[in-house]
Design a protein around this ligand. Sequence first.
Ligand SMILES: Cc1cc2nc3c(=O)[nH]c(=O)nc-3n(C[C@H](O)[C@H](O)[C@H](O)COP(=O)(O)OP(=O)(O)OC[C@H]3O[C@@H](n4cnc5c(N)ncnc54)[C@H](O)[C@@H]3O)c2cc1C
Length: 379
Amino acid sequence: MEFSRSTDEDAFLETVRTFARERVAPRAAEIDVTGIFPRDVIREAAALGLTGMTLPQSVGGLALSYVTYAAALELVSAASATVAVILSVNNSLVAEPLHEFGTDVQKENWLRRLATGDALGSFALSEAEAGSDARNQQTFARLDPQGYVISGRKVWVANADVADVVIVFAATQPDVRGRGISAFLVPLDRPRINRVPSPDSLGVRGLGCMDLHFDEVRVGAGALLGEQGRGFKLAMRALEGGRVAIAAQALGVGQAALDEAVRYSRTRVAFGQPVGNFQVIQFQLADMATDLEAARLLMWRAADARDRAPRATTEAAMAKLQASEAAHRAADRAMQILASEGYRRGSTIERLFRDIRAAEIYQGTSEVQRMIIAADVLG
Ligand SMILES: Cc1cc2nc3c(=O)[nH]c(=O)nc-3n(C[C@H](O)[C@H](O)[C@H](O)COP(=O)(O)OP(=O)(O)OC[C@H]3O[C@@H](n4cnc5c(N)ncnc54)[C@H](O)[C@@H]3O)c2cc1C
């Protein structure tokens, strides 16, 4: 494993740290309160290259290692979990699979635009009856002489409010569960695609989540992404990267919670002294820091595997599981340390406490990650 970074990568992360502190953090509360997709912040992030971090420079990307990409997302997430998720979807779930599996024409049309933020992508796998059981696709794509006709309903599609293109999964051979699923790259301005706002959410508000209704949507045969019938594999490969990114997103929230708890422990006085003088508080802080650092090492390991190994499935599952749960514990403990000050609506901890919960749900619940890890352990 190699976690060292070049001087250029260190300089890049310094730029991201400044961007997160000066441009993202001041907007976090407003994004949370309004739930409006932060287009202008994403535009600024794109200008720094954050919409195409791992893509080659030849298509407008930054060609960063996954380790550096994850570190950048963690910094952004400490300022706003929402902004980090938006970027992670574009990078890991759309641009990367397009780069890996797309035809020359698909790449020509979309890759540079996605890398530079000129276009934004979304990823539509989940359905009302296909969440953890993602193979149970009820969206169908029928092949006819003019191409494919897609019908079905996708739920909770992040970025879809403003996205220009979606990778949508549909059964092309409904009788062959899992193996009969294909992926399609579809511009969202095609006729007969309806965007319906997803339900309001507890946290990570402002993701632009939409339910997408495909009503006999015609796409050319050139919309097929990867091979017909291999869409589930493509989704799992994309989610490998996505889970490393969600580990980073969770860690950003967890670290922000720890930082808040440390700050408050130093300043809040009770019984004539800062509460940080009490050993029970110190031990809480020590446990939070250790828990998060363990998660960070797993995240780096998974990112490194993503850079070097053909597959990083188990590593990514472990990283996401540990990071999302450690960050949840950190937010919970920080809430206890800040007590009424944390519980106040509008406090930073209150937002972090709500924001972290989704990391144990999206891109595979904690139970799904444990199923992946258990399958590997049992061989
Ligand atoms: C904010 C947000 C953003 C999202 N963004 C996207 C997106 O951009 N694109 C997209 O495609 N999807 C997205 N999703 C959907 C998300 O991926 C699903 O919600 C998730 O996969 C879980 O599916 P579900 O909600 O249907 O839960 P279910 O699958 O119904 O699970 C219910 C419960 O049962 C458990 N469970 C299910 N099966 C098993 C089993 N075999 N063994 C043990 N336990 C099990 C689950 O872990 C969970 O606790 C998003 C969701 C949210 C909340």
